[in-house]
Design a protein around this ligand. Structure first.
Ligand SMILES: Cc1cc2nc3c(=O)[nH]c(=O)nc-3n(C[C@H](O)[C@H](O)[C@H](O)COP(=O)(O)O)c2cc1C
Length: 354
């Protein structure tokens, strides 16, 4: 039986304080480029209304030259708490972008110092800042001076196994004025491979006074609890576990608050959610939304036999009606055959329904 130690229960009894800003949940939805737009966040928030969410990362240089708000930076006035995440290596551009983020409604501004993608690191942003701690500190100081909301940092444990500097780096970010640090327990060299090394999160937690959020491999309630117990972190951030599963943050939050496991969604409920996600993306982004919805829909279509065939069909959807039709037929088949017995039946039925 999953349970919480008394020490963890005591930690969970208070709200998460990011500077002056209080959050009533210790489970956060990570920033995910190409995923955590306003539509996705709306779905996550339905099950986790107290949780902090993040926009996709926004390029500060882009904002400087374009001077208009990209869609990925849009925030619904009703959605709180919300952080806008920025990336860049220029302290002045980041300060300017942070002011735009606050004007858009950001409760906190987060600086990405963990992205491993070459396109970002070769320009000095993301995880390459782990190798330039002085510049990273300048960035934090510059952004802190520019805005009144708390400034936070999300980073990794180091550039590579030979260059693990999470502890010193985190201390410098705190000294520079960061009000919270999220640590992904992998190096840049690891990308998303191997396991997240939570022990480094524990080491960073030991030396910082600001909240430390643990990130990496939180795919279940059980993993979240284990990570909180092992690292003593102030909160956990869910990432890839939420792809096609906007229920995860809420499931973890519910357990941490009540000690009860929420009933997981059935395959039918997941497909109903996919349907809604598709519809909302189309309303928000038009045809581009349909193309973006393809990957989401395939992520939802999991956990029942015949799902692979369904994913094949969903991955090439061209129009809203086509997507809705495929999902509706799959839902009817699941209702008819039950969640266990669709093995042989749903796949051919889906193909013949083409
Ligand atoms: C598709 C994808 C997009 C991501 N986009 C961002 C991003 O915009 N900003 C960021 O800080 N991290 C981003 N990340 C990293 C995640 O937020 C998270 O740190 C990482 O996936 C580790 O957690 P996990 O093992 O639970 O997935 C992204 C990860 C993935 C897989």
């Amino acid at each position: 039986m999953l349970s919480l130690s008394p020490a963890l229960q005591a930690r969970l009894a208070t709200s998460l304080k990011i500077g002056q800003f209080e959050v009533k949940s210790r489970v956060l939805q990570s920033p995910l480029s190409g995923v955590t737009d306003l539509v996705f966040r709306r779905l996550v928030r339905r099950y986790a209304p107290d949780s902090m969410m993040y926009t996709e990362m926004v390029n500060a240089t882009g904002l400087h030259y374009v001077k208009e708000l990209p869609k990925i930076m849009e925030v619904d006035p009703a959605e709180r708490p919300i952080s806008i995440q920025l990336f860049d290596c220029r302290p002045d551009f980041l300060a300017e972008a942070a002011q735009m983020a606050v004007a858009e409604g950001a409760d906190t501004v987060d600086i990405n110092m963990g992205c491993p993608v070459n396109k970002i690191t070769k320009n000095g942003g993301g995880s390459s800042l782990l190798r330039s701690p002085e510049l990273a500190a300048d960035i934090v100081r510059s952004v802190v001076a520019a805005v009144k909301v708390p400034v936070t940092v999300k980073t990794r444990i180091g550039w590579s196994d030979k260059e693990i500097n999470a502890v010193e780096f985190a201390q410098r970010m705190e000294e520079a004025g960061a009000q919270m640090l999220t640590l992904h327990g992998r190096t840049r060299a690891q990308g998303y491979n191997g396991s997240a090394r939570w022990e480094w999160i524990g080491k960073v937690k030991e030396v910082l006074s600001i909240p430390v959020i643990a990130n990496g491999d939180i795919f279940s309630v059980e993993a979240a609890v284990r990570c909180l117990e092992e690292t003593k972190a102030d909160g956990v951030m869910c990432s890839r576990g939420t792809l096609g599963y906007p229920f995860l943050v809420g499931e973890v939050d519910h357990f941490l608050k009540t000690g009860e496991l929420r009933e997981p969604p059935t395959p039918i409920e997941r497909l109903e959610c996919a349907r809604e996600h598709l519809q909302m993306l189309w309303e928000y982004k038009g045809d581009r939304g349909i193309r973006q919805a393809r990957k989401h829909m395939t992520w939802y279509a999991k956990g029942f036999m015949g799902a692979a065939d369904l994913r094949g069909k969903l991955s090439v959807v061209e129009t809203l009606d086509q997507g809705l039709d495929i999902l509706d037929r799959a839902i009817v088949l699941l209702q008819e055959y039950g969640n266990q017995t669709v093995e042989e039946s749903i796949a051919p039925a889906l193909v013949s329904a083409q």
